[in-house]
Design a protein around this ligand. Structure first.
Ligand code: ADP
Length: 460
């Protein structure tokens, strides 16, 4: 006879599946290090370690006015940044939400939309007479384009999109120079701007964080996607040999680490829920690390567990649960809310399930959901710690310590995410792990884009 398993049996089973021991983490760190090295060694590796053509750190003395367009996973942001030196800056920005259609339609149309938003922003700024923002006849304002998808660059103002990530799939874009495509859109709208730098949000965050706090050596993004950047010695990048780049220079590397363990799936502890997320995604096999960590997927993992237990007759007995059956309806923000519910009755969780999914919950169910959110969120943070530890260990930053600039909604809004990363670093490195601290990089990608635009201006 099969004995029905209770929620607490399931919780115990899931705890085992989702918990990462320090030992397991150290094994992941070693594999991660090897993968980073392989990416520096040769082109076309799973974790591509893209040189960004951002050479060295900002001096902190950069200044001027710059525009930035930031195409993230969820929003499009347009920013005007006044870089003032001494680690100071000012910024005004507008946000535009992207629709699912825009993410899937023709790529040129997507860039046209970006240019249109930039035009609206410039027109509004000019008409409202914001600060010193004025454009003289024939003058062009330097524009940094933050485009956070894997691109192969040959110089700072160019980049061929390797593949879309984060659920994007706009046609006629992969394999093409997105800077040139965006320039075409900018010309269509006759905008008084010059696209001087194509950068990734991680690289922007790296440079912006260092501008504000020179102890910064690494930057990470935990948003719709998950990625990291750091500063590497050109001499330690074998694949750049023979390209005429100064061997004594340093260059920022956009790791694109979300791809770690893609296709081979040898190193990461994937559960059956992660495998379903992967196989039903628009890019099966790809972005294996990102799929265990980023905001786009964590809610979906929880939803899949809930659906399985509905099918097994463990949850929501006798209720119509159709609203929970649509993929991706369970936003990662719900996990945040569930974990931070301050009431004994877990009233926030009652609200989420009744309001968004039209189901009633028992207290035991709510406690179970909160425990699941914790397992999923904690695993994401501890895996992130493994990636950070790999770079720290490779670069020898452990003794001296360093700051890791971090940004993205998951980092900024998920309760305890940063603490769990720090706890993970402690589990990997012991006491010395405390020398590595993460720090929120305010508006990193936009400000970084502007600072990089100013660094490249100086170079010309
Ligand atoms: P992007 O990476 O698209 O530029 P964000 O950093 O805002 O933008 O990340 C968006 C992702 O963060 C989405 O996947 C969303 O589900 C998730 N998210 C939004 N709010 C929260 C929150 N309060 N807690 C955890 N995750 C969140």
């Amino acid at each position: 006879v099969m004995i029905a398993r209770t929620m607490s049996d399931h919780l115990r089973r899931l705890e085992t599946l989702f918990t990462l021991t320090p030992q397991r983490m150290r094994i992941i760190v070693e594999a991660f290090k090897d993968t980073l090295e392989a990416g520096l060694e040769k082109p076309d590796q799973i974790v591509p370690m893209f040189p960004t053509y951002v050479f060295g750190w900002p001096t902190g003395k950069e200044h001027g006015e710059f525009l930035a367009v930031d195409l993230g996973g969820t929003n499009l942001r347009v920013c005007l940044v006044t870089v003032q030196g001494d680690g100071k800056f000012e910024m005004t920005q507008s946000k535009y939400r992207l629709t699912e259609e825009q993410k899937q339609e023709d790529g040129q149309k997507l860039f046209d939309f970006c240019a249109e938003c930039l035009k609206t922003f410039i027109d509004n700024s000019l008409s409202e007479g914001h600060g010193q923002f004025q454009v003289a006849e024939g003058q062009k304002i330097p524009l940094g384009f933050t485009f956070s998808y894997p691109c192969l660059q040959e110089r700072i103002d160019h980049g061929v999109l390797i593949r879309w990530t984060k659920g994007f799939g706009a046609a006629n874009t992969e394999g093409r120079d997105v800077a040139a495509m965006f320039r075409e859109s900018l010309e269509k709208y006759k905008l008084p701007v010059e696209l001087t730098a194509l950068i990734n949000d991680t690289t922007g965050t790296l440079i912006a964080s260092h501008y504000v706090d020179p102890r910064t050596k690494i930057a990470c993004i935990f948003g719709t996607g998950c990625n990291a950047a750091y500063m590497e010695h050109v001499k330690d990048i074998p694949k750049l040999n023979g390209l005429g780049i100064d061997g004594s220079a340093d260059i920022a590397i956009n790791c694109e680490w979300g791809a770690f363990d893609s296709f081979e799936h040898e190193h990461l502890p994937r559960t059956k829920y992660d495998i379903i997320v992967d196989e039903s995604s628009n890019k099966p096999g790809e972005q294996a690390f990102e799929k265990l960590i980023s905001g786009r997927y964590l809610g979906e993992v929880l939803r899949l567990i809930i659906c399985e237990l509905i099918d097994e007759g463990v949850l929501f007995l006798g209720q119509n649960t159709y609203k929970l059956e649509n993929p991706y309806v369970f936003d990662t923000a719900f996990l945040s809310l569930m974990e931070s519910d301050p009431t004994d009755e877990l009233l926030m969780i009652i609200g989420i399930f009744s309001h968004f999914f039209a189901v009633e919950t028992t207290l035991a169910e709510r406690q179970f959901f909160r425990a699941l959110a914790k397992l999923i969120g904690r695993r994401a943070a501890r895996l992130s710690a493994c990636g950070i530890a790999a770079i720290v260990s490779k670069m020898g930053y452990l003794e001296e310590g360093c700051v890791v600039g971090a940004d993205g909604s998951l980092y900024n809004k998920y309760p305890g995410f940063a603490d769990r990363i720090h706890e993970g670093l402690f589990d990997i490195f012991g006491e010395r792990g405390r020398n590595i601290i993460t720090k929120h990089a305010e508006d990193g990608s936009g400000v970084g884009s502007a600072i990089i635009a100013s660094m490249t201006k100086k170079r010309k």
